[in-house]
Design a protein around this ligand. Sequence first.
Ligand code: ZN
Length: 454
Amino acid sequence: MKIKKSIVFIACGVIAIGLITAGLVILLNQPNDIAVKDSEGNVFATFTYVDSEVALNIENESLKESAYIAFEEAVGKIADKYNLEEGEAVKKLFKSADCINTTLQTELVNNLKSSVEKNNITANTSLVLMNAEGEILAGYSNSEKNEAFCNYKTYLGSTIKPLSIYAPAIESGEFFWSSTFVDSPVSVTVSETGEKSDWPRNSDGKYTEENITLCNALAFSTNTIAVKLLQEYGVNKSINVLEEKFGLNVDFEKSKAELNGENEVLAAIGLGYLYGGASNIELAGSYQVFLNDGYYTKPHCVEAITNNENDVVEIKYKKKRLFSSGTAGVMQKMLRNVVIGGTGTDARIKDIQVCGKTGTTEENSDNWFVGFTPEYICSVYHATESTRGNLCPKLFSDAVKDIPHTETEFKTSNSITRQPYCEKTGLLIGEGCKDGNLGYFSKKSVPVMCTQCK
Ligand SMILES: [Zn+2]
């Protein structure tokens, strides 16, 4: 009897341990809830995973976009680390992590939100605010979708020009602030009905047929000059810059240029019609180089993905130099002129200096302004069919003007020099030159002196 009792006892014990273990296994396989913390360590959103569906729980609806930005970035990091498809990465994230620590400053979302509301824009708008180190501080959108609208990829329009053409051309040392091209069509296209039209069109539909400096062409976003400069600099070189420096998707353009020749992708590379598109976050991140002396850190808000405060993946960001200090300094001055007297005057802010670039695509369906102050980068996207014009510079100004700044003026880079140039040739002014103007040049590459004027 004694032995039997023991066997029953042991058997019960084994079953109990088995049940506990099974329970534990089930528990361990249960997806965690994931808390998203702001830069101060406060939880402002929670994601849950139920029946293969991701759900966001949030008290303050305005913070929805910021939460999705953090979540999607964390999924991307898991996907990269374990080489997983997105769906699998989502599962893995919920099984392995319970918290995402971010650089987000939730109080700044109100500035972005009130700008959109003040301008009576009810849909399809996204704004992202970043610092000079590529840290995302806030995101806002009025999109109804359960995803980050700041990650939506679309055409960049003319906001691509500084990245794909102007900065690389100036970096080459072969082109300058004062280099000129004639504002005239590059080619004539013939439609199926036999109708001829000049290409590319400038936004006002006119050509001045006059010499225009690179500085003025950027300020007024003259498409003809952008395309001519791109052809002279080299389309394939520009494709490489977009891919290798800025990490943009140019797979389609690369193969098209290989198959049909460089001229086939002039509009994509020069005028911002990349087939794979680019997102608001990618655009804002790229403009860092013009604020941060030529340096770039991949845009990000996720600082750690943890479980019980232990890191689930190691997260490190590396700052890289993409352009020389001189190129960044000249570009900053050029982008300043866009806002002082070019296409971006609506972005001006009283008592704070602003640089930036506008962009619109055909029929004005994509509208952009990506700008920066001495402390912040803010990129604004608005998709619309309305005829109110590009409201993004105004949205930028309204979003940024009330953000406290300790620095309100840009410091001129030590790597650039201000010198008079000959308006006729774009070379440094010589004895015989009649009309001169002042321009900024990288100290490493200044044009030669003009000897052509008598
Ligand atoms: Zn001259």
